[in-house]
Write a protein that binds this ligand. Sequence first.
Ligand code: FES
Ligand SMILES: [Fe+2]
Length: 440
Amino acid sequence: MTVEDKRSRYSADFDLPVRGDTITAERYISKDWMALEMKHLWPKVWHLGAVTAELEEEGDIVRHNFGKDSIIMVKQADESIKAFYNTCPHRGNRLILGDVASTPRITCGYHGWQFDPAGTLVHVQDPDDFADGNPCGKLHLTELRCDTWGPFVFWCMDDDVAPLHEWLAPYPERLAGYGLDNWVRVLNVSADCDFNWKIIRDNFNESYHLPTIHPELGTFINDGLPDTVFEMYPTGHNAMWMKGHQATTRKDHASGEVPAPLDAIAAAWGVDPAAYKGHTGDIRQAVIEAKRKLGPDRGYTNYDQMTDQQLVDYFHCTMFPNLTLTMSPEQCQILRTEPHPTDPEKCVFQHWCLYPPVKGMKEIETPVGVAPLRHDAIHRHSTYGDGVSVGYVADQDLSIGTTQQQGLNSRGFKGFHLPLQEKRVQRFHELLSDYVMGTA
Ligand code: FES
Ligand SMILES: [Fe+2]
């Protein structure tokens, strides 16, 4: 094997140059930098706000608190969804105070003004006591852009940002085969964390940490560099294709027995692990064939549209700046960090998992254990470190968050020194700099 063979691989079609800017700790600890992000970054991107299953009937509402702001998404009579800033045009009181609501009238708790689901003022106390006449029918909640992709609802504060489907490119096309539209969000957990939002963002932009932070994943996911493909897109998003149903090539698993839990995963598809002793890497192809043969009868109607790669591998999709979707045929995992309203050294971590509906399946194995296969079967918010799991792999990722934040505060830290495979980390920070400096 040559040195080249051991290096990371960027897809020739989806590689982008980086400048090599020095990435220092300032962006993780400075209130000034945080203020620039609030001004120049967050209003200029689409934000995932809800899943469509939460917004079925006219007047159904989902609230998304973001930084110091708050957005509500409201189902309309014509089936569309509108988004509004969650603030009363009278004197600014916040309107919706819970995560979800359902009401024909959004009613302000201060002086009782009422708005219909389309955001139009429909009732005020003392309507004749206004210099310009009754404001009902004339005054509206401040609306912002809202659109959907598959089961997801997004909002955006800026009118000049590209339309959602264009902004998401190439994911709507690349992920079409999974048939995400009717998948069910079973897991919906979040946690307050003591580190900057970008710490976990960086973590999701590389796989360099897998052997140390998630050693057990190497028994069924091949994180070996020659087998992993990295991609970077002009939109700022990037991706990583990692072979599943195959042990890592960083160690010699290939010439021995099929390691656990890959042996059980294969056996569940009728593939005998004993037959792959000494050539365990071949079990991936056997599982592809078994899934093609048995999948439809087992209720996996979504397999038909998938490529072989999608049937067994992990497609890790990172959307600029703070959203990650990790796709397998049986799970869509959403991982995200959002900034704290005022403290650059804190963030909110969110973890959703969606699953395809499978006829007859009542329960599903989630990253925090078995749960009923229904909307938000597990829904909770915690403080990281209090012992409440946000998912076993996510717990491992978060475990380095606080210590990295502490280390970044050291006078001795001079800036990142990255291997080639972390080019996506470099690219993320350079694009972030462009946004923050207003040159993106
Ligand atoms: S602030 Fe909302 S009705 Fe007065
Ligand atoms: Fe990780």
